[in-house]
Design a protein around this ligand. Structure first.
Ligand SMILES: *Cc1c(COP(=O)(O)O)cnc(C)c1O
Length: 309
């Protein structure tokens, strides 16, 4: 079957995070290692793709066409899945041709690339944007940037059962909430749908407040017929997407040394730093138990110099 990938159900390990600032606060955090579901197909982007792949299969498509930047975790996961499971992939890239480690992988995985420039990429939400691409690739299904929308969120709902099935191993009977990085808020929306109010979901925004994350989450919940409740968004962007500062880089390095969990500076590093700051500000009671999602993204880190060496 062309989309045999739809049956692939990877499991992410759930591990107690051992860090001194957590023990000091009396708060326990278990980290869901989506960075470890597979050597090539990493992170939340796989889960965001699942329902899009099923839709493609239903539509009789032979593959997927989607968009992203030159470090895109989404295009990377899509290209790797296409190679693994044997379906065609086309990537529409932001900007002008660049030779990043991500782009080299996309090419090695057989993804057909088109560079749209910056203006061309900005037009991606315009009516009629997809028409010429659908004419050029009539057999492929278009998937929005990052694998977003209701389908993307629905694929992330299974993260709740993945965690529920592993609580016993940690000696936990329950947890008090989720903490994760948000770019579009799609993954968060999936968790909010799965929880249906049972546990709160805290989203650490990797983008500034004016990027419309709240509206996107609200729109997904509305399309699903779910109430717009059960979550909270907090700014973790440090003033801009991809903005980093020495404190963040030092924190990532310390975390990696203390716990051997690798983080990248755009999403997971910012999300964990924001959690530390919120815990230190007294947001959670001692004895609280939280699930932190490692959303992956380590492949994109190759484009950055973490050590400033
Ligand atoms: C894309 C991405 C996110 C954001 O996911 P959304 O569903 O867009 O909120 C978080 N972390 C990493 C590593 C990502 O690649």
């Amino acid at each position: 079957m062309l989309f045999s990938s739809c049956d692939w159900l990877p499991q992410a390990p759930l591990e107690i995070l051992q860090l001194d600032w957590l023990s000091r606060s009396g708060i326990e955090v278990a980290i869901l290692r989506l960075d470890q579901i597979d050597p090539l197909i990493s992170g939340n982007k796989w889960f965001k793709l699942i329902e899009h792949l099923k839709a493609a299969e239903l539509a009789g498509a032979k593959g997927i066409i989607s968009l992203g930047g030159a470090h895109s975790n989404h295009l990377h996961a899509l290209a790797a899945a296409g190679k693994r499971f044997g379906f065609s992939t086309v990537g529409l890239l932001r900007g002008h041709p660049q030779d990043t480690p991500t782009v080299q992988d996309l090419q090695a995985y057989g993804m057909q690339l088109h560079w749209l420039g910056y203006g061309g990429y900005r037009a991606r939400h315009a009516a009629g944007f997809w028409e010429p691409w659908q004419a050029l690739y009539p057999d492929l299904l278009g998937v929005p940037e990052g694998g977003g929308g209701l389908l993307g969120a629905q694929g992330c709902m299974q993260l709740k059962s993945m965690v529920a099935g592993q609580l016993n191993q940690l000696g936990w009977s329950d947890y008090d909430g989720w903490w994760l990085a948000c770019g579009t808020g799609t993954t968060l929306a999936g968790l909010v749908l799965a929880e249906a109010g049972a546990h709160p979901v805290y989203g650490a925004l990797a983008v500034p407040g004016d990027h419309g994350v709240a509206q996107q989450v609200e729109s997904i919940l509305q399309q699903a017929g779910a109430p717009d409740t059960g979550y909270e968004l907090l700014d973790a962007s440090l003033g801009g997407f991809a903005k980093v500062d020495p404190q963040l880089l030092a924190f990532i390095e310390q975390t990696e040394q203390a716990s051997s969990v690798a983080l990248e500076p755009l999403y997971t590093g910012k999300a964990l730093l924001a959690l530390k700051q919120q815990i230190e500000a007294g947001k959670f009671q001692p004895g609280s138990r939280l699930i932190f999602i490692h959303t992956g993204g380590l492949q994109g880190r190759r484009g950055f110099s973490l050590t400033r060496a």
